[in-house]
Design a protein around this ligand. Structure first.
Ligand code: AMW
Length: 156
């Protein structure tokens, strides 16, 4: 049987990277996380901007993010969460497919709390250079699949 992929902009996310799905959304591990547990939640329908989502997709996406955030905060022994959407290129969106970043947070994880946004930006610029140059991505598929496997257990 042909392998199944979830489109994420121009990337193909393999099922092994995906740890949670609903009828309208999917959640997967990040190829270049800024902190442990930094994952992404996407609508299955490939739309660029937040305003392009239907009401059902918007509800489903945020309910999914809420559920995942709760589990990953606990799994990573964190005490807070950053939820973020970069909606459009001038807001820092590099992949033109709506996605919510979910990042478990701990005291002292960044010198200044809001440095996390610079870190997301920096990582994405570095990643884009690496992926566009077809250099080896930062994390192997095996490492990402192992992480997704751990998270999948939280929802079974
Ligand atoms: W955006 O700048 O569009 O808000 O965020 C893009 C996110 O997607 C980044 O966190 C980046 O690390 C992640 N990413 C990019 N390509 C992949 C991929 N192939 N698999 C998993 N995550 C990816």
């Amino acid at each position: 049987m042909a392998a199944h992929y979830y489109p994420f902009g121009k990337y193909k996310i393999s099922e092994s990277e995906v740890f949670y799905t609903t009828q309208l959304s999917f959640a997967f591990v990040n190829i270049s996380p800024v902190r442990p547990g930094h994952v992404l939640v996407c609508p299955k329908r490939e739309v660029k901007r937040f305003a392009d989502l239907t009401a059902d997709e918007t509800c489903d996406l945020w309910l999914t993010a809420q559920k995942i955030g709760r589990q990953l905060e606990s799994y990573h022994n964190a005490s807070s969460l950053t939820f973020g959407i970069q909606d459009g290129p001038q807001a820092g969106q590099t992949v033109p497919h709506v996605h919510i970043h979910i990042i478990p947070r701990k005291g002292g994880d960044f010198d200044n709390n809001d440095d996390i946004y610079d870190e997301i930006d920096l990582k994405e610029k570095q990643l884009k250079r690496r992926l566009d140059d077809e250099e080896r991505p930062k994390r192997s598929l095996e490492v990402m699949a192992a992480e997704a496997g751990e998270y999948r257990k939280l929802f079974s």
